[in-house]
Structure formats: structure tokens, C-alpha cells
Design a binder for this molecule. Structure first.
Ligand code: ZN
Length: 426
């Protein structure tokens, strides 16, 4: 493929991730080829070194996004105009978390339960053996603990392996209340289009809803092939691309993005890179509860630093394992952070509507600099840096400054928008 198509894709990716006016793509025309190569390689999952993985390593693509934003600010400063960009998350929240639950099983035999009994509390085990409690069906329990913090999440069901039709009403109600019921696509669906179609049909037969979010069982993925199947079936997003053996940034970024097709054209489907999976911590890394929690906390800090998205996979059937302590602890911790917590589809819808917000900067004959903002949705915030302290921002329309601070000869603003508006610089 010609390098120019790749370059075009990467520039579009950077512009969109930062959230600057689309017509400014040209400022990145001179990005060195080796950086284009590094970003494009990372985003297609071809830069993976599981063996030498270091948990302190930064998401390298996200570092390039910060670098590209600094270039933009420099150019604005040189031209004596303000720098303006869209906030990544609603209401100016610092970072985001997608809560997701794969459901590999929904019940087990008593024999199996006896084999793994040390995973559960004595009380749960006793109730389970008396047939009073199914320890592998935790949907309502998870909903209840998430509800306490006003969080929503996604459940993905492996309907090729079991039947959830007896839970149809419960799951449909959850779906209506803002939780997401998505597909956990079974073995081979990542490279067999017919198998994928069958899995979707089976899901629809059992639940009478169309899945629009998906995670592949076992995180099996064939980058272009799987994305083709998913796109053909109108999925809004996928969230399968993550490491199995440990947490981390398989794609170099934690942010949602539209992966490229084989011709380096932007796809419609979004990828939400998977960052932490519960089973990596216990099964592969053999961590104890404290070590696991500490690692999760480090990733929360790291995501905050980059304003990223922490996509967390906590298996539905594992909720009561480790005595059921850890998942509620994570939610408690998140409730103390300034972050946007949502389901996969909640995150994907936000990201798509953020992309639809149009910022246009132009020169106004009277007032010099002018910026028009359109397609504003609830929660939209924009951020600005003003490098000329003698000038002030004025807003024409539904927007208000929610934060203003001055440092190093710059004024930084955060503006919350309630509708389309115009900004001036006077
Ligand atoms: Zn699975």
C-alpha cells in the first residue's frame, strides 16, 4: 500500500483524537515517516512483545497524540490565535472507564463446583450446594453493586455455548435501563464469517435483540478479517484487542478509534482497546488479591495521566470468586475519581458524537478570530489556550466558562456547551 494512504489515516487519527478543527489536518503534513510507521504499526496490533512487557511502559501512541497537540499549540501561539480543542470526555471528566463482563458460563455441575470451591466464601458455597444460589449467574448482583455508584456496564453472552432465553425478560429490562447486552462471539467466529453469522442469529433467537457491541471469546482476533465480519453485521464497536497474559496497551493507545481497513481507510466500527482482564491477573500472572488491586490502581493512575479510556473486563461468572471482594472495591475506588464510567456502548456513543461536533476556526473581518461550534451534544466541553493576555474570550450562544486559570503567560479555559455557539477573541 502506498505510504501516503497510511499517512493520511494517521494524520486523521491524530487530529480526531486531539479534537482540533478537521481543516487543520495539514499542519501534520511534515510528520516524519518513522513516526507514521510507528503509529500505524501499533494501531494494527503489529508491535506486540508479550515476553518483554513492562507495566511501567507508557501507551506510545497516546504519547504521540500529546506530542501532536503540542505542535498545534505552538502553531497557534506563533500565529497569535488561541488553541482550541474538544474535551475527550463528557462534562470535562479527566478520563473514562468502560465496565464490561464476558460470560463464559452461566452454571456449572456440582462436581466442578467441588473442584473450585476454595474460590468462594464458605457461605456462598453452602448456599450453592443447597441449590439456593447459582454462583455462576451474577448479573443481578453485578447490576446491584454498579447501581450503588450509578454506573452502567456491558454484559456479553456466549449464546453459542448455552441458552439464556429463560433470562430474556431480565436482560431486556437491563438493556432498557442502560446496561448493554452484547455478544460474546464463540470460537472460530474471528476467522469464519458463517460461524459469526450463526452466533449472531442464535443470540437474536434467544434474546430477541440485535447485538451492537462484541467481544471475541478468548480474545481471538484476525485484525482485518474479524473487523470485516463485525462491520458487515453492523456492530457499533468491538472490544477484543487486548493482551491475554497481562494488562497493557496492545494497540499503543487506550482511546477508542476507528481501525483502518486494508486500504488504510477509516472503518465505521470503533475499537475500544481492552486494557485489563481479571483472568490475566489471577490465572496467567498468579497475583494475589493485593497485588492485583495494586496493578489495577496503577492502570487507573496511568489512564488518568493520559486522559485515556480504561476498558476493564471482569467476567460475569467470576464475580463471587476471590470471595466477591475485588470488583466492588474497584468501583468504590472509581467513584472517588473524576471519571466517566459507562458501558461499552455508552463509551462508543459518546466518542461518535464527540467526533460529530464540528469546530470551525475562521477569521472575522471585525473581530479577527472567530470559532463556530456545531452539532453540540449534552456534555460537550471544549478547552482553549489563550496566549495573548490582553485579550478575552467571549461566547455568543449557549456556553459558559467552567474553569479558567493562568500560568506561564497563558490562560487556559474549559467551556461547557449546551448548544451550538460562536466564540470570539476580543
Ligand atoms: Zn470468553
Amino acid at each position: 500500500m502506498s505510504l501516503s494512504k497510511t499517512k493520511e489515516y494517521v494524520i486523521q487519527f491524530l487530529t480526531k483524537s486531539i479534537g482540533i478543527p478537521n481543516e487543520l489536518e495539514h499542519i501534520y503534513e511534515d510528520i516524519p515517516e518513522d513516526i507514521i510507521k510507528q503509529i500505524s504499526t501499533s494501531l494494527t496490533g503489529n508491535d506486540i512483545e508479550t515476553e518483554t512487557f513492562d507495566h511501567n511502559s507508557a501507551p506510545e501512541v497516546d504519547e504521540f497524540i500529546i506530542w501532536a497537540k503540542e505542535i498545534y499549540e505552538e502553531i497557534c501561539k506563533d500565529n497569535n490565535i488561541p488553541a482550541i480543542w474538544k474535551s475527550k470526555w463528557p462534562n470535562g471528566k479527566k478520563f473514562a472507564v468502560a465496565l464490561t463482563h464476558d460470560s463464559d458460563s452461566i452454571e456449572v455441575t456440582e462436581e466442578h463446583l467441588q473442584e473450585v470451591k476454595e474460590r468462594f466464601s464458605e457461605e456462598d458455597l453452602k448456599e450453592s450446594l443447597n441449590n439456593k444460589k447459582n454462583l455462576y449467574w451474577n448479573v443481578e448482583r453485578i447490576k446491584e453493586v454498579e447501581d450503588k455508584f450509578n454506573f452502567k456496564s456491558s454484559f456479553y453472552f456466549l449464546t453459542s455455548e448455552y441458552n439464556v432465553s429463560k433470562y430474556k425478560d431480565t436482560l431486556n429490562e437491563l438493556n432498557r435501563d442502560g446496561w448493554e447486552i452484547g455478544l460474546h462471539a464463540g470460537f472460530e467466529t474471528h476467522e469464519d464469517g458463517d460461524k459469526m453469522n450463526n452466533d449472531i442469529e442464535e443470540f437474536k433467537k434467544q434474546l430477541e435483540i440485535q447485538p451492537i457491541g462484541v467481544r471475541e471469546h478468548y480474545l481471538q482476533f484476525n485484525y482485518h478479517k474479524t473487523l470485516d465480519f463485525l462491520e458487515r453485521n453492523n456492530f457499533v464497536y468491538d472490544t477484543s484487542l487486548g493482551f491475554r497474559e497481562h494488562p497493557g496497551f496492545l494497540l499503543g493507545t487506550s482511546l477508542p478509534f476507528n481501525p483502518p481497513n486494508e486500504n488504510w481507510e477509516k472503518r465505521d466500527i470503533l475499537e475500544l482497546p481492552l486494557i485489563i482482564m481479571d483472568t490475566s491477573l489471577w490465572g496467567y500472572m498468579k497475583l494475589d488479591e493485593n497485588e492485583g488491586m495494586k496493578l489495577i490502581e496503577n492502570y487507573i493512575e496511568n489512564t488518568k495521566e493520559y486522559g485515556g479510556l480504561l476498558t476493564l473486563l471482569w467476567h460475569q461468572e467470576a464475580f463471587l470468586m476471590k470471595k466477591g471482594n475485588i470488583y466492588p472495591k474497584i468501583l468504590e475506588r472509581l467513584s472517588k475519581e473524576e471519571c466517566f464510567v459507562s458501558s461499552g456502548i455508552g463509551i462508543a456513543r459518546w466518542w461518535n458524537s464527540r467526533s460529530d461536533v464540528i469546530i470551525t476556526v475562521m477569521s472575522d473581518s471585525e473581530k479577527g478570530w472567530k470559532c463556530i461550534i456545531k452539532n453540540v451534544v449534552k456534555g460537550t466541553c471544549i478547552e482553549m489556550k489563550n496566549f495573548d493576555l490582553s485579550k478575552e474570550i467571549s461566547i455568543n450562544g449557549k456556553g459558559r466558562i467552567i474553569h479558567k486559570s493562568e500560568a506561564n503567560g497563558e490562560i487556559y479555559y474549559r467551556i461547557e456547551l449546551e448548544g451550538d455557539c460562536e466564540l470570539f477573541y476580543v
